[in-house]
Design a protein around this ligand. Structure first.
Ligand code: SF4
Ligand code: SF4
Length: 341
């Protein structure tokens, strides 16, 4: 275990960012909400529990150019717009978001590998931060995630005086090397005490006993045919907010943009909640919001675990609980359906 006095936190960020680009959660002064920003001198680390947008943006950005086509007469030149990817650090990732990367890996690193995502994953150093003040919307523990001991290349804990660091991987060693002589040995006792306090707190959260166990096994047709989807989906606005804030949602669209002298092919996040998500030349197989709504929750609670050794497509980050304009969310859906399973 290594530690650093919080008085030297700025020195740590300066040392790391001298070696590679450093991103960390920062409070937006106008909204007070936290989001990831690139560190520059004077940037303050947010103390918010989590960012509004999840850390998945670093590996699966909201929009990205995939390929350019340039026309020269009847010739078409195909250009890969990617430049050499450099190492970067994402600091302060919470345990739920850190776990979401392993869910995204199952999608993007399965054959055929998504090389855009793969390159970012290989170059991104993930430095996680243990939670000390979980909110009422948190339920990561329902998915076996320990917010007092987050995964990552480096795991961190913070108290009023110090930052404590545990280096877990080779990439984590690079982070520690960038920190140079700032880190010193020690901190095991302080971390253990914090873990015990926060674990006790987690047991008191309103969703401490929330379980998705009913969705294990062969419930596919029972869940799909449930009569509850109608009342659950009735007020859904189809706004897609839940999918855009979700760290594990991974749907995207690919489109071509005519630049005037060529074509840029790009991809951007899409949402299964949108009415044209499944629109094809032959028509649209999901013509109602009920079908679209059902798809999102069936994917996370039933289809994904059925195809991924029982791993659910949710990490209990609570973002959809706090951001949906009609207060609909995966916990309400699971609780409503489980009586019929
Ligand atoms: S479904 Fe909701 S709680 Fe689960 S990971 Fe996505 S945003 Fe977080
Ligand atoms: S469930 Fe809520 S956030 Fe998601 S699309 Fe419907 S209204 Fe929007």
């Amino acid at each position: 275990m290594l530690k650093l006095s919080l008085a030297k936190l700025n020195d740590l960020f300066a040392a790391v960012s001298a070696g590679c680009t450093l991103y960390l959660p920062v409070d937006d002064p106008s909204s007070g909400r936290a989001n990831y920003r690139k560190w520059t001198e004077g940037t303050e680390l947010s103390r918010a529990l989590n960012t509004v947008r999840s850390a998945k943006d670093f590996f699966f950005p909201q929009t990205e150019n995939l390929v350019d086509f340039k026309m020269k007469g009847k010739e078409i030149e195909i250009i890969d717009p990617r430049s050499e990817q450099e190492d970067f650090v994402v600091f302060g990732v919470r345990a739920c978001d850190a776990r979401s990367f392993s869910i995204l890996d199952r999608v993007f690193l399965a054959e055929p590998v998504d090389t855009y995502y793969q390159s970012r994953r290989e170059h991104g150093i993930v430095v996680t931060m243990a939670c000390t003040r979980p909110e009422e919307t948190c339920f990561c523990q329902s998915f076996g995630i320990d917010p007092t001991h987050p995964e990552g290349d480096v795991s961190c804990w913070m108290d009023e005086e110090n930052l404590y660091l545990s280096v877990n991987t080779e990439k984590g060693k690079k982070f520690a090397e960038l920190a140079g002589g700032l880190l010193e040995e020690g901190g095991e006792e302080a971390v253990k005490a914090q873990q015990e306090d926060v674990s006790a707190l987690m047991k008191k959260l309103p969703l401490a006993n929330f379980s998705t166990d009913k969705f294990g096994g062969d419930v596919l047709m029972k869940a799909f045919d449930s009569s509850k989807w109608k009342e659950l989906s009735e007020s859904c606005l189809g706004c897609g907010t839940c999918t855009f804030v979700c760290p594990t949602c991974q749907c995207y669209d690919i489109r071509d943009f005519d630049t005037g002298n060529g074509v840029t092919r790009f991809r951007c996040w899409d949402s299964c909640m949108y009415s044209d998500f499944t629109l094809m030349a032959s028509g649209n197989p999901r013509t109602s919001q009920l079908e679209r709504f059902r798809q999102r929750f069936m994917h996370k609670l039933v289809y994904f675990p059925a195809n991924n050794e029982g791993i659910y497509g949710c990490v209990g980050c609570g973002r959809c609980l706090s951001k949906c304009p009609i207060s609909m969310n995966i916990v309400k859906v699971a609780k409503c359906l489980e009586g019929e399973l």
